[in-house]
Design a binder for this molecule. Structure first.
Ligand code: PLP
Length: 412
């Protein structure tokens, strides 16, 4: 396998050393093949928000398994998950399931073009929308980590229609609209950025994009593959009160199985085949196992107090990390929203990818190694967000904070 992995960031290239090979996961923990236990803050890159291998999800999956793994025909479970998504996510009136976040973003871009009859799209530096050609421009962590500004094999003709702006910079977006009249199909962004470290939208940024897109006859698309059902049950759009035209989802809605989805205003979604002329299909899409894991996960998340608990856990973690760094005289800028957090080893504020690059990546590598030795598994890149889950207990956070204190003290 290239680099020994099935997805690049897993290879530890940016932090050095050998990747940890996992054997099994449960709750907030991962065990490697040598039997070492880690408190895990990657959570399979987001899906494990209820904790790994939640007993209710596993039971539901076992039951679903008995009925078969894939139908290639409509199933009731798809309708149930669709109803749950439509009820939860403000922008979604109609939804299509696919198998990954990448697939959802590819499809949504085709839909943006089909609906508006325009070819260009605006994305932001440091935002990741999967590995499709037209999004591999200034695409954040995975690409940044490998030092690839773009990927070979992506034709210039494909990315010629991809315009980029710095995150949190409304003026830059305004200029792009002015320079490309009636040519921009829409703006796609991570409403909270988790693929360039962790960057939050400044007050007015999301609202400003909503106005600018509407004024210019363009669509606003939130890529909530990471933030959906994590920033709040209804995603970042619900938390910030800004409703996009279209939304992509993934990660949490699959509950650890491969699922992606895109949805939005019915008028736009009606363009998708077979309701409309925009072609998009998938052999395993909406398969009963993936739908079951998604439904069960959302049911667990819907319970009273879930997001309050996630928020409290994550806040305690990030404020502890900041305090320890300060005590050791190590520059840090960190923040969290709900069950997502991140920190940069530099002075803040960090409002865009350019500012994020000030983080001390060498120091982060040392920190990462030191934390691993203490049984804490952080994302193996200075440009990834961290994830907490309902399974992370106060004791887990205490143990994690002690490891941070000791590591920062060693590194100062
Ligand atoms: C992970 C991610 C994707 C890609 O999803 P995959 O399932 O890995 O293809 C797209 N957009 C965002 C915001 C993501 O975090």
């Amino acid at each position: 396998m290239p680099g020994g992995v099935s997805s690049p960031v897993r290879a530890f290239k940016s932090v050095g050393g050998e990747p940890i090979v996992f054997d099994r996961v449960k709750g907030p923990y991962a065990w490697d093949v040598d039997g070492n236990r880690f408190i895990d803050y990657v959570g399979t890159w987001g899906p494990a928000i209820c904790g790994h291998a939640h007993p209710e999800v596993i039971t539901a999956l076992n039951e679903a398994l008995e009925k078969g793994t894939s139908f290639g025909a409509p199933c009731q479970l798809e309708n149930k998950l669709a109803e749950m998504v439509i009820e939860a996510v403000p922008s979604v009136e109609m939804v299509r399931f696919v198998n990954s976040g990448t697939e959802a973003c590819m499809a949504v871009l085709r839909l943006m073009r089909a609906f508006t009859g325009r070819d260009k799209v605006i994305k932001f530096e440091g935002c990741y929308h999967g590995h499709a050609d037209m999004f591999l421009v200034k695409a954040g962590s995975g690409v940044a980590t490998l030092g690839l500004p773009d990927s070979p094999g992506v034709p210039r003709s494909t990315t010629a229609n991809t315009l980029t702006a710095p995150y949190n910079d409304l003026e830059a977006v305004k200029e792009l609209f002015a320079e490309n009249p009636d040519a921009i199909s829409g703006v796609i962004l991570e409403p909270v950025v988790g693929n360039a470290g962790f960057i939050t939208p400044e007050p007015g940024f999301l609202e400003g994009l909503r106005e600018l897109t509407s004024e210019n006859g363009a669509l606003l698309v939130f890529d909530e593959v990471m933030t959906g059902f994590r920033i709040s049950y209804g995603g970042a759009q619900s938390r910030f009160g800004v409703t996009p035209d279209l939304t992509t989802m993934g990660k949490v809605i699959g509950g650890g199985l491969p699922v992606g989805a895109y949805g939005g205003r019915a008028e736009i979604m009606a363009m998708v085949a077979p309701a409309g002329p925009m072609y998009q299909a998938g052999t395993l899409s909406g398969n009963p196992l993936a739908m079951t894991a998604g439904i069960k996960t959302l049911e667990l998340l819907k319970q009273e107090g879930t997001y309050e608990r996630l928020e409290a856990t994550t806040q305690r973690l990030i404020s502890g990390i900041i305090t320890s760094a300060n005590e050791s005289g190590i520059p840090i800028s960190g923040s969290s929203i709900s069950a997502m957090f991140g920190f940069y080893l530099c002075d803040g504020p960090v409002r865009n990818f350019e500012e994020a690059k000030a983080t001390d990546t060498e120091l982060f590598s040392k920190l990462h190694r030191s934390m691993l030795e203490k049984g804490i598994y952080l994302a193996p890149s200075a440009f990834e967000a961290g994830f907490t889950s309902l399974a992370h207990s106060d004791d887990d956070i205490d143990a994690t904070l002690k490891a941070f204190r000791d590591s920062f003290a060693e590194l100062s």
